[in-house]
Design a protein around this ligand. Sequence first.
Ligand SMILES: NC(=O)c1ccc[n+]([C@@H]2O[C@H](COP(=O)([O-])OP(=O)(O)OC[C@H]3O[C@@H](n4cnc5c(N)ncnc54)[C@H](OP(=O)(O)O)[C@@H]3O)[C@@H](O)[C@H]2O)c1
Length: 275
Amino acid sequence: MATALITGGNDGIGRALADTYLDRGYQVVVVGRNRGKGQAFLDAAARHGAADRARFLQADLSLVTENDRALAWVAQTYPSIDVLVLGARYHRSNRVETMEGFENNFALYYLSRFLFSHGLVESLSRAPHPVILNFGGAGQTGPVRWDDLQLRRNYPGTGALGHSAKLCDLLGVSFTQIYHDTPIRYVLNHPGVVTTSFAGEYDEATAAQVAMLKSVGKTTAQAVAEILPYLDEPPARLTAVLEGKRIPTNTAAFDPEEAVRLHEITQKLLADLSR
Ligand SMILES: NC(=O)c1ccc[n+]([C@@H]2O[C@H](COP(=O)([O-])OP(=O)(O)OC[C@H]3O[C@@H](n4cnc5c(N)ncnc54)[C@H](OP(=O)(O)O)[C@@H]3O)[C@@H](O)[C@H]2O)c1
């Protein structure tokens, strides 16, 4: 049976994708922190007669140790992964560090996606047509703050998400270079404004902006319809999609040298973390 693993799959676009893959007969594992939302996913699956194919894994993916635990469980439980969706995010208006010393967005939006992408290569490679969906910037965000990846100076508020999204674009570039001899396809998607929970802790001004975005955003069903064709038949090893439209990846936004540089920095950061 095909398997989809979805971080941030208990809410928003991730949840809509989880429901879609359940409808298609997949085993679906969603990862998030909130047990209530996880149970809501399991209850909905049971109502549709799919209880035996739905799993909720509770994990705080802003922590490297929790990513390690989740990945070990997945590798032990599922021999192969067909679809990996990287969608967990949590916005913070103010800079917060995890107990491991990483800026929170960097940890959750980038580092966790790095760990899941690289950590599941073996499981993905066992599937006939494996694909990773990473909600990156699709070339719309950046530049990288190379001298301040942890955003210590002039923390940019909502811009912190955009910065991590840019790092995810570069992750897609280096990943597809490193694993060019595997069947894994990597899709970077910027969905545009979508009405979701916008999980986060916002200051007053940002909260007002988020409320406005929620009132004008597309539905999660629309967002899923725009991205599914690229997951079903990824047109290239690396594909970038902006609101349903493919955009070129041979541009400065997807610079292979920057991608290598980020990969090496990330490896060092992880090596320096005793775990
Ligand atoms: N919505 C938009 O307008 C929009 C625009 C551009 C890009 N995107 C991107 O699309 C993706 C999905 O966004 P969304 O709006 O659908 O998300 P969302 O509704 O805000 O949901 C966020 C998800 O992340 C999970 N999460 C948050 N912190 C976590 C943690 N520490 N550990 C594990 N899981 C955690 C949440 O689960 P818990 O509540 O259980 O923690 C939830 O499932 C994200 O990458 C986002 O940046 C969205």
